[in-house]
Design a protein around this ligand. Sequence first.
Ligand code: CLF
Ligand code: SF4
Length: 500
Amino acid sequence: MDLTVLNDTVAGAAASKGGCSAGSCGSTDDQVSQLPEHIREKVHNHPCYSEEAHHYFARMHVAVAPACNIQCHYCNRKYDCANESRPGVVSELLTPDQAVKKTMAVAANIPQMTVLGIAGPGDPLANPERTFETFRQLSEKAPDIKLCVSTNGLALPDAVEELSKHNIDHVTITINTVDPEIGAKIYPWVFWENRRIRGKKGARILIEQQQKGLEMLIEKGILVKVNSVLIPGVNDEHLKEVSKVVKSKGAFLHNVMPLIAEAEHGTFYGVMGQRSPSAAELQDLQDACAGDMNMMRHCRQCRADAVGLLCEDRGEEFTMDKIENMDIDYAAAMEMRRKVHDGIAEELKAKEEAKKQNVVQLETGKHYRPVLMAVATSGGGMINQHFGHAREFLVYEASSEGVRFISHRKADQYCEGDVSCGDGETVLQRTVRTLEGCEAVLCSKVGFEPWSMLEAAGIIPNNDYPMEPIEEAVMKHYQKMIEEGLLDEVSDEQQLRVGD
Ligand code: CLF
Ligand code: SF4
């Protein structure tokens, strides 16, 4: 048992509680706190279903499902299912027994791990024996872990009854279209009733099964998240319609993910030169869909054997050879897990209270243009990472309406050496380019060289808010920019909420 994990977590919780008590900003991300109690109870510690939870709680995947029953043009079957993972990643395939052992080992060593998902490497429901055997054993042996599954939906209607028996209250369906014409451009075939069915006919079957499965899950009271892959020129305009349809049927959250199409992955789209969307195109579409639906913006397109917080992957620590040598006392681990979860719950409650109490108006009462800021964090909802250590930056928008999370942007660790990326660009140059559009980057520390390069690119580095809650720091910095006369006034009517 790794006691340092618990100590770090509890210490982190206490530290951030102290920081939080000073107040919070006008966060606009109140999706979870505004939910009905019964749904809130289900999502409060699910890192994918709650943006807030993803700073504190971890998930893990077990790769038990190798087969698939459809073909997507963005998938190469040598790799993990690209409906929920980055293409080009290969996971260690496990038997159900190995998967259960691995889950117990991770739960004992990472008490923040609350969710076990099956998301590949193929389609979990095209491998029902392996998937359900894993769920059956885990619902008996580790009842405190939430079970979650992600599917393309073709076999979903036949699996709903079995899913409902295993305490699974979260299902993700990847729905890229509700129109068979568009479907035929994404899915060359589906394998249905022992035959390969191509084109529009196959796409129609898939769409009908997805919609039927969605309705059946809602009927059973199971929470449904819909994933959609944004494919420019194929389903980009159409995804607004998809959002409307799935919301009307009761889906709770929509996760629009960018297509990743690289020729070296050997996918149809990659080879044909189909382009991926830009960060701005993705954000525009997410904003357009947000009028109809709760949008997920913090998805990391995890691998089918991912372990840890969404922003990290600790899979290397839990390979089967390492697990075989671990001595796991699950009863003791359960006790520790409970303590850690209680500590996090207390911290989140304190944060929520502070948010309610510290809504302050700016003296000026004026309205300024929104600003994008990047943040370096290693979790816990704090500004707690050195610029050079960041493997990703979270991007927030500050405006008169408050602070909202926009997206994450991947980076390489500059501190490992500013070597060339192979295309004449250094790691640091590439990181600065990744932050395009942001006007500030908040981190716990930043070195001289990146400081100058960021400034030259019009991105102001800042290390004034170490160990402060992210949203509070972003709003403070926005206020500072206003005071320094850096922002244009948009109107004098709106008020700005700000924490102290
Ligand atoms: Fe896994 Fe998916 Fe469950 Fe989450 S992932 S099965 S819902 S526990 Fe989450 Fe990863 Fe995005 Fe998936 S960040 S790829 S949405
Ligand atoms: Fe690949 Fe997943 Fe599509 Fe199957 S459902 S073809 S594994 S991306």
